[in-house]
Design a protein around this ligand. Structure first.
Ligand code: ADP
Length: 248
């Protein structure tokens, strides 16, 4: 079953800057896709289209489908339940006075009882190793901890698709390891925009290279990452852990 289907998606920002050009892509349920490419390639812009944060085109026609449902305004509540989007900057996602309130925000939208909400929050905080942080303010945490609170907020909603924008940014090595272990245990379809190519090598089965708003390559993660010519052409480099491997 297709989790995500994107057909001829183009997008320009208000200043007329073209950020996406004619993107066509299908992602199956359970796939783990690394979205890589230089700064400004359009990765974040692409992720923002998956749950309709950026609008459909002026004619109101969909270019993105989530489990067959077109991403257009009337479907957004359902789409946003299916797609959990982790923003690049955790500051954009944290707005409540306590961590409990922040993580509970999503599940509360689903009309669950307070006991169920509490259970989901506790479970999600345990997953990101922030047990006991419920009453603290998210604004006084380190950037890595903030990132984990945001992730807990997504996990508490149990989305079928996780779209993560630079999830390892700001994490120390231990935080990165923890995140990788956690992501491995989560069964959701994952789309991870990142500069962390080791993360892609370890976690993703497929890599999509974006550059200048288009898809430059799409294939098995290890094949793509090991292709030095391709990687260099798009401002990337073969990750260290693949340095000694010869795929051919
Ligand atoms: P990436 O995530 O790959 O770094 P982005 O999706 O952030 O790429 O950006 C794609 C292009 O769109 C870049 O050229 C960037 O400058 C531009 N862009 C991003 N956000 C905005 C915005 N809010 N307004 C105008 N241009 C933007």
């Amino acid at each position: 079953m297709l989790a995500v289907e994107v057909k001829n998606l183009g997008f320009r920002y208000e200043d007329r800057h073209v950020a996406l050009r004619d993107i066509t892509l299908a992602i199956g349920e359970g796939e783990s896709v690394g979205l890589i490419g230089p700064n400004g390639a359009g990765k974040s812009t692409f992720l923002l289209h998956l749950n309709g944060i950026l609008p459909e085109d002026a004619k109101g026609e969909a270019a993105v489908w989530i489990y067959g449902v077109p991403v257009i305004k009337p479907h957004l509540p359902r789409i946003r339940r299916d797609v959990g989007l982790l923003f690049q900057d955790p500051e954009d996602q944290l707005f409540c006075p306590t961590i409990f309130e922040d993580v509970a925000f999503g599940p509360r939208q689903f009309g669950l009882g307070e006991k169920d909400v509490e259970g989901l929050v506790r479970e999600a905080l345990a997953k990101v190793d922030l047990q006991g942080f419920e009453r603290r303010s998210p604004h006084h945490l380190s950037s890595g901890e903030k990132q984990r609170v945001c992730l807990a907020g997504l996990l508490a909603c149990r989305p079928r698709i996780l779209a993560l924008d630079e999830p390892t940014r700001g994490l120390d090595p231990r935080g990165k390891r923890l995140l990788k272990t956690l992501l491995r245990t989560i069964e959701a379809t994952k789309i991870i925009a990142t500069h962390d190519l080791e993360l892609v090598a370890e976690l993703c089965t497929r890599a999509v290279v974006m550059d200048e708003g288009t898809i430059a390559a799409d294939g098995p993660a290890l094949t793509i990452l090991a292709d030095e010519v391709l990687m260099l052409k798009h401002g990337l480099e073969k990750p260290h852990i693949l340095r000694h491997s010869h795929p051919h």
